[in-house]
Design a protein around this ligand. Structure first.
Ligand code: ZN
Length: 499
């Protein structure tokens, strides 16, 4: 056996441990009874500890070194070994005890967060969050940085991206979208989204969402959808990809658009290069690119006029008692595109969405650098909501407690959402050159050509290219806000009669 083969078989076992932990986390957020919490937290902690111990052994470092010399430089194995080395060097910086403690504390914090959010009681969640922030600071310092802890954390989700670059992108975005939102705010009544808040049977909403996922190309023999407090996608291999959703009787967009979003994530996971399964190559390249896929299907497809021309008859057939004769595809196309500063990030329109991210990014940076105490977080949150969106959350459940991320220790993660919006728009410009009749295809319900393009240009590469390199390779340009700004001005200018 070559050292490369030996290394790959070790990596496969370590991948199995991480994925087993993933299945347990998925179960925790979907079906586990509350009584399972204590032992589940220990199980997760044990698995992550074992995976970390196995991966950070000296012998893995020795195997990587020999395998590096052994592999042909242009081979797939060379890519796998290079990725393993990158992960290994990082993992070696983290003490096993810290990894185990983070896994345990975040599993416990999840249920505290669910409860605190239900009661809208931030004080209940604050001690858990305090622990997580302290452990995350420890983690950032262990990973190492040049005086900016955020850099160390961001790199875990968006390899190679720097905090300063994120700030620049937000500056560009603000300059372009603040005047646009301002102009729209004088004509808010031009778009009516009340059709989304009529009475829609929940079971039929879920069935319709699954049908849309299937039409987009989600393979239900290699995945499933369930309900959870916060929607997410978890891939355990290209052959087993789980998405979740939530549903509300008077909130048609929540389940429908949410399912389209998670389907976009799932299509990426189902399209990863299965021939490299259980190696570091069979992974998404970054969360920003992941989010570009979800936003592509949610916004560029699901919020397009062409899609609604195709889909409206299906909506009417699902809810014959709710859809009226006065409704048309245009009613719903406009409704799902209403711009309105709102409280909840995942339900925000495409324009105001990025301000939800900017706010979280700034707060996280302040927490990590010790400029903000956890206890002062709700007040800081509300002040920024006022500054950026002009609204004041009436409760913490609708404010600082709304997202699952901090309870899971995902700090440094939020900017990838905005990067995803920008990358999605940038990819769309390139796709339109390759598939100029995309709209006509959507109107006929043909989503295969778009999926094929994404499979060929994004999904099948897995982690072969760093995110910025992948985007530049595919679009010919570095990641920037330009394409998104062009898209937003054109679309919302037309909708609000500004052009
Ligand atoms: Zn997403």
């Amino acid at each position: 056996m070559t050292k490369t083969t030996e290394l790959k078989s070790r990596l496969a076992e370590i991948t199995d441990l991480h994925r087993a932990a993933g299945v347990l986390s998925w179960d925790h957020e979907t079906y586990m009874p509350p009584g399972g919490l204590g032992t589940r937290a220990e199980q997760l902690s044990t698995l992550e500890k074992l995976a970390h111990e196995l991966f950070t052994r000296e012998e893995i470092g020795a195997l990587i070194e020999t395998a590096t010399a052994e592999c042909a430089p242009d081979s797939d194995d060379a890519v796998i070994v290079r990725l393993a080395k990158r992960d290994y060097d990082k993992a070696r910086k983290l003490p096993t005890a810290l990894v185990a403690r983070l896994a345990r504390e975040t599993a416990l914090a999840h249920d505290v967060w669910v409860q605190a959010r239900r009661e809208s009681n931030f004080a209940k969640f604050a001690p858990s969050l305090q622990t997580i922030v302290a452990l995350t600071i420890e983690k950032a310092d262990a990973l190492g940085h040049n005086g900016c802890r955020y850099d160390a954390l961001l790199d875990n989700y968006e390899q190679g991206m720097k905090t300063a670059a994120v700030r620049d992108i937000f500056t560009q975005l603000k300059a372009a979208t603040v005047p646009l939102i301002q102009a729209i705010s004088e004509r808010l009544e031009a778009v009516d989204d009340s059709p989304l808040r009529r009475d829609y049977d929940e079971a039929r909403q879920l069935a319709l969402g699954e049908s849309v996922a299937r039409q987009f190309g989600f393979d239900f023999t290699r995945g499933r959808q369930d309900k959870s407090v916060h929607p997410f996608c978890a891939g355990f291999s290209p052959g087993d990809v789980r998405i979740t959703t939530r549903v509300g009787r008077n909130e048609l967009a929540m389940a429908l658009m949410g399912t389209m979003h998670e389907t976009g994530h799932a299509l990426y996971e189902q399209g990863l290069p299965v021939e490299f399964d259980r190696t570091p190559l069979c992974n998404s390249t970054s969360l920003g690119v992941h989010e570009s896929q979800s936003r592509m299907w949610e916004n560029l497809v699901g919020r397009s006029r062409a899609f609604w021309r195709y889909f409206f008859p299906q909506l009417r057939a699902a809810f014959p008692e709710t859809i009226t004769d006065a409704d048309s595809s245009e009613t719903f196309y406009r409704a799902v595109n209403k711009v309105m500063p709102s409280l909840i990030r995942v339900e925000a329109d495409e324009l105001t969405y990025n301000f939800h991210i900017l706010l979280r990014f700034e707060l996280e940076d302040d927490l990590l650098e010790g400029r903000l105490a956890v206890a002062d977080l709700p007040a800081a949150w509300n002040a920024k909501m006022q500054t950026y969106l002009g609204i004041n959350p009436p409760t913490d459940a609708l404010g600082v407690l709304q997202d699952i991320h901090w309870s899971g220790g995902s700090i440094g993660y939020f900017p990838t959402y905005t990067l995803g919006n920008l990358i999605g728009a940038q990819l769309a410009e390139t796709i339109l050159v390759a598939l100029p009749d995309l709209d006509a295809q959507f109107e006929r319900g043909e989503f295969g050509p778009l999926l094929d393009w994404l499979r060929t240009n994004i999904h099948r590469h897995g982690r072969r290219y760093e995110p910025a390199a992948l985007v530049e390779r595919v679009t010919g340009r570095p990641i920037s806000a330009e394409a998104f700004v062009r898209y937003a001005k054109q679309k919302f200018g037309e909708l609000y009669g500004l052009n």
